[in-house]
Design a protein around this ligand. Sequence first.
Ligand SMILES: NC(=O)c1ccc[n+]([C@@H]2O[C@H](COP(=O)([O-])OP(=O)(O)OC[C@H]3O[C@@H](n4cnc5c(N)ncnc54)[C@H](OP(=O)(O)O)[C@@H]3O)[C@@H](O)[C@H]2O)c1
Length: 303
Amino acid sequence: MSLRVLITGAKGLIGEPLIKLLLSQGNSIHILSRTPANSNPAVKEFGWDIENGSIDERSLEGVDAIIHLAGENIGAKPWTTKRKHTIVSSRTKSLELLFRAIKGHTHAKVKTLISASAVGYYGDRGDEILTETSHPGTGFLADTCMQWEHAADALAALGHRGVKRRTGVVLAREGGALPKIAGPVKSGFGTILGSGKQWMPWVHLHDAAHAYVHALNNEQMEGAYNLSSPRPVTNKVFTETVAAIHRKKIWLPNVPDLALRIALGEMKAIVLSSNRTDSTKLQDTGFNFKYAFLPEALHDLYG
Ligand SMILES: NC(=O)c1ccc[n+]([C@@H]2O[C@H](COP(=O)([O-])OP(=O)(O)OC[C@H]3O[C@@H](n4cnc5c(N)ncnc54)[C@H](OP(=O)(O)O)[C@@H]3O)[C@@H](O)[C@H]2O)c1
């Protein structure tokens, strides 16, 4: 059955392949963007201004499902108080704006809300295996994810099927975290961060996009689902595998925890937090990861 899907934050890393996939399956796409441009004739773009609370309500017309990807990039700039506010509000106020718009829109027929979330929900948890019933963690990333998920739950409570995707590090050649890790490795200056024992849940961009479509089409899915490959690895294994793919060796000593704490402050959580997430719940819904093993995923990305 073809659906009309409204995607927020659609022009980012996950949105781009997701749009292609949804269009290839005969769905129609509306986009909500801060800078609508109608650059792609196959989709309709509409504008919103989250801080000012304005939204083009035509974006909701005939929409069956919303995929909420919008959110200020977490790792791009230092976490000043203002930036922390933007990181949270871009995710939560945007959902609140959708809530008000749907409530006030007499013709809205949205049935499904699929919202991004992140493995940061769990905080720093060492070797503990983290399932969707594990308790949330502490720290800014965990607080952000909890507020994000609460706002998604409130919107879903309007009567929609709500799915939350607790996503690990999305691996893509041209965007996200991988180029930042692979760049120094390729130049021969790659390093393991901290002890290197922290778990890094990862997911290939192909699987991330397909998992969103799977949640859209699988009406049994509801609630939170970890979205990371069934084989998370530690930072040490991750870095060494990236090095092996590029026929390089990691010869520099590990960057000590203390140096990362001094250089990054609170943002150290992005690289030092350990999340050993389990994806059984997602796989039990019939989702098969194309890239379950890191070397296969990296071979695909780097050829
Ligand atoms: N990539 C990952 O490794 C990863 C891992 C875990 C969770 N996630 C989450 O999954 C979602 C999608 O990830 P992604 O990697 O595709 O993100 P992305 O490439 O950073 O794109 C996010 C989109 O959100 C919109 N956006 C950015 N700043 C915003 C702001 N201040 N207010 C409102 N909208 C804003 C932008 O769309 P417009 O410019 O069109 O408005 C942008 O294209 C994000 O919420 C992210 O936190 C990603």
